[in-house]
Design a protein. Structure first.
Length: 403
């Protein structure tokens, strides 16, 4: 359920570093990038003030429109399918030259255009190239300011540098996000391929010999059937025994595939709680070398159900999961506790519920305790560990140690 909710959320949001998938996402990205054009208020105000002649106003509006179009084309395209490197460099040089020309002809109010040139450098160029282009942009602005307004140019130097380098960081974040997404897809594909290979090997090992033996004995029975029915019947009995054993092996293998693992459930719990906005505190991957598979499976089911309850019903903001080894009067146990600060649950866990979990743990030789707290809900599941060296009995109480 959590994974479905995450997928729906991903479908609604624009993924970083990917091109828009529909018109709505195009509009959102245009708004996200275009909102920064509000800083063009100084050139717009300069043109609207009427301090320039008709030719100056026409040239100013035309130059501003061309500058904005080139800037948006360069930055917006870079978020999806970027231009070629030569095209990017050419557009940046064009933006810088146009900004300088407008400043020299229309006045210092246009020096702010160099901020957009710096942003374009940080958003579209490789890191090393951006580290050189952003200071170069600031230097061109200062040189332009020497002919228009030195004080205004000095005031904008720090802004041009900071906004450019900040955009370099954003671009690096986008690139890293894309690489991580591709790496995650590759890892998932490799894991799926490995699981298919493992399943193929296991099926071959389980059924290859049995099916070959069944085929051989079936042929023998067919040849013996006309003249030696007693020996043919023996071969049929052997076929039945082999097939029954093969069925048992397959069932055990399927049970092993379906059996949940505690380490995997801890990782899944972290993802589910984080996706639900619950601050999670979980233990590191435990060493379960002395824990029987049946005990581990029962605890894994308990963790899965408890976390599902926290995510779906509790409305909790914090959840703590602890895994502790204890020595009790009944022997060594592994204790799992899940505690949240929510509304105390809905009276039981979904799915199998408290009764189902209790029965599962009892079958493994463990026990379940669950109840509401003053603020929240706490579930404690205990399952036996393999027999260890006896601990001297030195008084009452359990001795706990982190798993």
């Amino acid at each position: 359920m959590t994974e479905d909710r995450d997928c729906e959320r991903d479908d609604r949001l624009i993924t970083i570093g990917q091109s828009p998938r529909d018109r709505r996402e195009v509009l959102r990205k245009v708004v996200w990038i275009g909102v920064w054009l509000l800083f063009l208020s100084s050139p717009v105000h300069d043109l609207a003030a009427g301090d320039h002649g008709a030719a100056g106003r026409v040239g100013g509006w035309t130059g501003l429109a061309v500058f904005v179009a080139a800037y948006l084309a360069l930055v917006f395209r870079n978020w999806g399918r970027p231009f070629r490197r030569r095209t990017v460099v050419g557009l940046i040089v064009f933006l810088g030259a146009l900004a300088a020309l407008l400043c020299l002809t229309l006045g210092p109010a246009w020096l702010g255009l160099f901020c957009y040139v710096s942003v374009a450098c940080g958003a579209t160029l490789p890191v090393r190239a951006a580290y050189a282009a952003i200071p170069a942009t600031a230097a061109v602005m200062v040189l332009t300011g020497l002919r228009t307004d030195v004080a205004e140019a000095r005031n904008l130097v720090l802004l041009v540098l900071l906004i450019g380098f900040a955009m370099v960081g954003v671009s690096q974040l986008v690139r890293t996000t894309v690489e991580l997404r591709e790496a995650r897809a590759t890892v998932a594909q490799l894991a799926a391929n490995e699981e298919r290979l493992r399943l193929a090997r296991d099926l071959h090992d389980l059924l290859g010999h049995s099916l070959s033996l069944i085929t051989l004995k079936s042929e023998l029975a067919g040849r013996m059937l006309p003249g030696r029915p007693d020996k043919a019947a023996q071969q049929v009995a052997d076929i039945e025994q082999v097939s029954r054993q093969a069925l048992v092996d397959v069932r055990e293998a399927v049970t092993g595939y379906r059996r949940p693992r505690l380490a995997a459930e801890l990782a899944g719990a972290r993802v589910a709680l984080t996706a639900a906005g619950v601050e999670a505190r979980l233990p590191a991957e435990p060493d379960l070398g002395d824990v029987p598979e049946e005990s581990e499976s029962a605890l894994a089911w308990a963790l899965r159900e408890a976390v599902t309850n926290v995510v779906r019903h509790s409305g909790a903001r914090h959840c703590a999961v602890e895994l502790v080894r204890r020595e009790t009067l009944d022997g060594p146990v592994l204790e799992l506790s899940v505690e949240d600060d929510g509304q105390g649950g809905a009276g039981g866990l979904p799915g199998n519920g408290l009764t189902g979990l209790s029965e599962r743990l009892q079958k493994a030789g463990g026990m379940l305790e669950a109840g509401r707290l003053k603020r929240g809900f706490r579930l404690v599941a205990r399952a036996p560990r393999a027999a260890a060296a006896r601990v001297p009995q030195g008084g009452g109480g359990d001795v706990g140690s982190p798993a």
